[in-house]
Design a protein around this ligand. Sequence first.
Ligand SMILES: NC(=O)c1ccc[n+]([C@@H]2O[C@H](COP(=O)([O-])OP(=O)(O)OC[C@H]3O[C@@H](n4cnc5c(N)ncnc54)[C@H](OP(=O)(O)O)[C@@H]3O)[C@@H](O)[C@H]2O)c1
Length: 246
Amino acid sequence: MFEYQAPANLLENRVILVTGAGDGIGRAAALTYARHGATVILLGRTTEKLEKVYDEIESAGYPQPAIIPFNLEGAAPHDYDAIADTIAQEFGRLDGLLHNAGLLGRLGPLFQYDPDTWQQVMQVNVNAEFMLTKVLLPLLREAPEASVVFTSSSVGSKGRAHWGAYSVSKFATEGLMQVLADEEDGLSQVRSNAINPGATRTAMRAKAYPGEDPNTLPAAEDIMPVYLYLMGSDSREVNGQVLKAQ
Ligand SMILES: NC(=O)c1ccc[n+]([C@@H]2O[C@H](COP(=O)([O-])OP(=O)(O)OC[C@H]3O[C@@H](n4cnc5c(N)ncnc54)[C@H](OP(=O)(O)O)[C@@H]3O)[C@@H](O)[C@H]2O)c1
């Protein structure tokens, strides 16, 4: 497991947006960031799940979060502009962006791969990351230092049979991260990196490996050190890297 001990106030006074914050790794990251002092903006497609995370953060006494119900699959460019406007008006700043939301699609060989599923996976896992990054970059550039964290996978650096659009989308995610890292290097205080979470006990993992005993896997909470490290100031000099959570 990635070793990092975060100070309790690591993210104090920071505003951080987490996509897919209602479940799995995104939920754990949102709670962890809030526990370390951040005001967390919870973005996701299932409002009830976001509300549960909101309530957990509030009842723990962490900084009051915000919810943005948003379906990354169907959103149009003006919907993204509206998100940026809302964050600018409500918070006036953005210090961190965790691109976590993702879709597995269906596993199977390319010659049988359903084109609609391909589009859906690429829309959520790649195109939405580009759109959100593009509209939020002006706010991120205004922060004293800002961190954009993408989520990759082991199949995002080496293709694997039957992982289809998911694998290709994670290669694209790493590419997007690298292009952004190179563009902002020397131009702004925005750094971007990616995390490969490794096998983690979530709904997505269970869908990909239905025969696996989930209790043999680390929980999302166990892989949070790298999520804290990349979001906080200790990684100020790290840019364009892919870090393994495990
Ligand atoms: N778990 C692993 O072993 C593992 C390994 C490598 C990489 N990853 C990556 O880690 C990230 C988190 O995965 P996870 O395992 O936590 O998966 P998960 O439990 O399935 O959670 C995925 C999250 O993304 C949200 N989401 C999906 N489609 C969306 C859409 N169209 N609009 C908005 N939100 C959407 C989901 O919302 P709903 O809950 O509302 O559906 C959910 O909150 C993903 O990028 C995944 O590829 C996971």
